[in-house]
Design a protein around this ligand. Structure first.
Ligand code: CAA
Length: 285
């Protein structure tokens, strides 16, 4: 029988981690959210309260239901609190060294049967798994931004993933109301491999003066029926994440489509990371 993963840890409560924690809490599971320090923990709490609060304001969730959802989430700065988790999902920045250190720690703290998952957008799940004593129980579970809304989960298996684990994680994704697809451990998997080349290309067109920001966004939204134009979407994903994913894809594929456009690098260097910092290609009030 497929594992049901009743207690789920989420490490890193930024935009993605907080969204993932909300998705699990909404499914009735107990969630342990871990952040590095109290400031980050409070920011994570703010994400959770705002996101569920918006659903209450829209009449999609009662205040009682919101309280129940938030009540299922325990927030902590201690990784030791993950000892009982059946599954831990990592959603920290896309820096391999950080992930390797974290997974070594999770491997030590979590029970042997626990599954350790990464929400990485582009890094090697195999390399993350190889740094643990349980590589067969390490897997990619990649959500999309905003996690409470987007229906897809990419399940990434490696050459050493235990038989049946990808199926269990796909079943878990279905139980969250998501649709899973499975993919092998290749840079960017499916979505980012296709999407980031397009988004980066939009930056190249902007810099070449082919059209302005608003016109490129309007073109792709109205001409292709996408929910957002490329610059609005880059701001939503985060320019730092987009830049890092492009770098990894370029390194792995040597495909010039993924060579990060200079404007992307400039904005990241200036700390203009999109919605989360209030300014990216657009400004947010
Ligand atoms: N958290 C929770 N819920 C949110 C939300 C958020 N951050 N943003 C929007 N929503 C909810 C709204 O509450 C609303 O819910 P209801 O339908 O229940 O009322 C619903 O989403 C629609 O929102 P809006 O009406 O405000 O706005 P919209 O119709 O423009 O939709 C959107 C917003 C869902 C973000 C839509 O524009 C969209 O799908 N954009 C594309 C997003 C996308 O492509 N994401 C993938 C990025 S790639 C990625 O994430 C991978 C990676 O690794 C980099």
């Amino acid at each position: 029988m497929a594992q049901t993963f009743e207690t789920v840890g989420v490490v890193g409560l930024g935009t993605m981690g907080a969204g993932i924690a909300e998705v699990f809490a909404r499914s009735g599971r107990r969630v342990i959210g871990v952040e590095a320090d109290d400031v980050a923990l409070e920011r994570g709490r703010g994400h959770l309260e705002r996101s569920t609060g918006r659903a209450v304001a829209k009449g999609k969730l009662t205040e009682d239901a919101q309280r129940e959802i938030l009540g299922r989430v325990t927030l902590t700065t201690s990784r030791a609190d993950l000892a009982d988790a059946d599954l831990v999902i990592e959603a920290i920045p896309e820096i391999m060294e950080f992930k390797r250190v974290l997974f070594a720690d999770l491997d030590r703290v979590c029970k042997p049967s626990a599954v350790l998952a990464t929400n990485t957008s582009s890094l090697s799940v195999t390399a993350i798994a190889a740094g643990t004593s349980r590589p067969g129980r390490v897997i990619g579970m990649h959500f999309f931004n905003p996690a409470p809304v987007m229906k897809l989960v990419e399940v990434i298996h490696t050459v050493v993933t235990d038989d049946g684990l990808a199926d269990d994680i796909a079943a878990l994704a279905r139980s969250l109301g998501k649709t899973p697809i499975t993919a092998g451990d290749r840079a960017g998997f499916v979505v980012n491999r296709l999407l980031l080349g397009y988004l980066n290309h939009a930056c190249v067109l902007l810099e070449a003066g082919v059209a302005g920001r608003d016109d490129i966004d309007a073109a792709m939204k109205l001409g292709v029926g996408l929910p957002m134009g490329p610059f609005t979407l880059l701001d939503l994903i985060g320019l730092d994440t987009s830049y890092e994913v492009c770098e990894v894809l370029f390194r792995e594929t040597r495909d010039r489509r993924h060579a990060p456009a200079p404007v992307l690098r400039e904005l990241v260097t200036a700390g203009l990371l999109g919605r989360k910092t209030g300014r990216g290609f657009y400004s947010y009030g």
